[in-house]
Design a protein around this ligand. Structure first.
Ligand SMILES: NC(=O)c1ccc[n+]([C@@H]2O[C@H](COP(=O)([O-])OP(=O)(O)OC[C@H]3O[C@@H](n4cnc5c(N)ncnc54)[C@H](OP(=O)(O)O)[C@@H]3O)[C@@H](O)[C@H]2O)c1
Length: 347
């Protein structure tokens, strides 16, 4: 039995015993905070570490890694660091020309087109990937979009940020499940964001039927979905040796802010005390992908190369993950919804 499963069973036993013997009504959420593995550890790295520093010393020869959105920004720096450690890396994106020169200069890196808004593209990609690579040791669900100016939908009919950032990656992970299982100890790293704080999961209002479209809130919702997906994926995957991690990379200047106006950018620059370089922005992803300190851990949200603390749902802006993004029951609901929306059920 995996040690974390044992710990979870022990926690449940303690919870039942404590409630009965003390005769107290103990708020489940408080108990969850007290006993959760979602708390910082003595990480060997920090907010200033770079992806290359974390990958140094790792030998990834023989490992296959897929990075969605690997042709730009944080994804490109992730590809670079993992390839430099000897892995065979496949980078995806819609635009084959973007970063093509830089990608083709890296050893053992190839590009494959993938549009996460289009279910046919995901299926075609997965079929070709599985034919070429029977094992997938690391899946980095990195691609994303941020605050398109007006309501747009993916080809499944869902709000575009939810469709690309969550549903497309849900479908992709499901399709690649056989290769993840074959790897015998795979990890899945999902790029979320501190922006998850903007919205709980509201599955009944994804299309903004009850409110005018708020693209910042919709981004937040998609990033909460990224964390909840990680929670359920880790629960389902750990008996198969597959562990999952959610990441906030930090604030990093990349193309993702292309839809912001100049005024919005100026306010943004004033509000954010510290921007990371792209190399630093890829560090927490690479830490989650490679760190031995995370052996036997999963289903956690990480930032600054560490597991983040849980903060209350009404906490002021800052570090940490809100409890609503970790709720196992909501994670289960999202999973069922996503299965219905994509037509994929697994394992
Ligand atoms: N930068 C930050 O401050 C920040 C903060 C928190 C979280 N994040 C998260 O970090 C991740 C990486 O973002 P980034 O800042 O590196 O942005 P970026 O440079 O804009 O990269 C985004 C990537 O996603 C790909 N992509 C966009 N739409 C796609 C679609 N429909 N199908 C497939 N791929 C698609 C893009 O490639 P194509 O255009 O070729 O498709 C690109 O490679 C995102 O998930 C983002 O939410 C970033």
């Amino acid at each position: 039995m995996p040690p974390t499963l044992l710990i979870r069973i022990m926690i449940d036993l303690i919870r039942i015993t404590f409630k009965k013997s003390a005769g107290l009504i103990l708020c489940d959420q408080v108990f969850f905070y007290m006993t959760s593995i979602q708390q910082p550890i003595h990480s060997h790295f920090n907010a200033n570490s770079t992806a290359a520093e974390i990958a140094a010393g790792h030998d990834l020869k023989g490992k296959t890694i897929l990075v969605t959105g690997g042709n730009s920004g944080i994804g490109y720096e992730t590809v670079k660091a993992l390839a430099s450690a000897g892995a065979r890396v496949v980078a995806t994106g819609r635009d084959a020309h973007k970063a093509n020169d830089r990608l083709s200069a890296l050893p053992n890196v190839s590009f494959m087109p993938l549009d996460l808004a289009d279910p046919l593209s995901v299926d075609t990609f997965a079929e070709q990937f599985l034919a070429a690579y029977p094992d997938l040791h690391l899946l980095i669900n990195n691609a994303g979009i941020f605050r398109p100016p007006q309501l747009q939908k993916d080809q499944r009919g869902y709000e575009l940020q939810f469709g690309v950032n969550h549903l497309g990656h849900f479908q992709l992970t499901g399709r690649l499940w056989p290769a993840l299982r074959n790897a015998g100890g795979a990890r899945v790293v999902v790029l979320s964001s501190v922006g998850h704080r903007r919205s709980e999961l509201e599955l009944d209002d994804l299309q903004s039927k009850h409110h005018p479209y708020d693209s910042a809130k919709a981004y937040g919702l998609s990033k909460t979905a990224n964390v909840l997906f990680t929670v359920e994926l880790d629960r389902i995957g750990s008996p198969h040796g597959i562990r999952a991690f959610a990441v906030h990379p930090g604030a990093v200047h990349t193309d993702i802010f292309r839809y912001m106006t100049d005024d919005e950018r100026q306010i943004w620059d004033l509000q954010i005390a510290h921007f990371k370089s792209q190399e630093q922005g890829a560090a927490t992803t690479v830490w989650c992908a490679l760190s031995d300190q995370l052996n036997d851990i999963g289903g956690v949200y990480c930032e600054d190369c560490n597991i983040a603390p849980i903060v209350p749902n009404d906490a002021p802006p800052g570090r940490g993950v809100r409890g609503f993004a970790l709720d196992p029951r909501t994670a289960g609901e999202l999973w069922q919804f996503s299965e219905a929306a994509t037509g994929i059920s697994w394992p």
